[in-house]
Design a protein around this ligand. Sequence first.
Ligand code: CA
Length: 226
Amino acid sequence: MKILIIEDEYSLADAIAETLQKEKFGVNIITNGEDGENEALTNVYDLIILDVMLPNKDGFEILKNLRKEKIDTPIIMLTAKLEMTDKLNGLEHGADDYITKPFHMRELIARVKVILKRKTNIENTNVLEYSDLKLNLGTGKMSSNNTEIAINGKELDLLEILLLNRNQITSREILANKIWGYNSETEYNNVEVYVSFLRKKLKLLKSKVKIKAVRGIGYKLEEEND
Ligand code: CA
């Protein structure tokens, strides 16, 4: 689990980092608003601890921009002010929680854990399974035998559809339509290409699941026993 701390008070940022590291979290500290926002936009974190009063760009603005860019990483705001309007402002713009300075590290850790647990629960309810194969739609990871690979875009769409229809043959027309929006020979070839990508990944994961081609019709998942 990786946490980004955007906080301009060095001593506080260090104290938070140290506490989180003791709890086995990976941390990264950024001490100004603009760089903090860029970091949050370009790298993946499990949680962001975001101060309100920051040089260059304040925390509320960063929060708004991140949500606008569809970054849905949980965010805990750190506010030095006690005013209710600040808290409401943060929650309204999509913060998951706020904590008022000064605070006890114990309190911060407790909140971090609650939020990460909530996030994990949401992610885990979004898992499709077949035989030894799992696809987590929340994280975009396919896994088998304790190994996981991140997939995205069309590959993710394809595997999701195959898993949702695991008990039947899914026609290439349906696949082309759902993934590319229409069907034609070009899209049928695309389906074939993406099936071969997924087959390679299933092999890498040493999964028992195979994608069987049903000639002239479509595809179906099958479990191969030895
Ligand atoms: Ca500050």
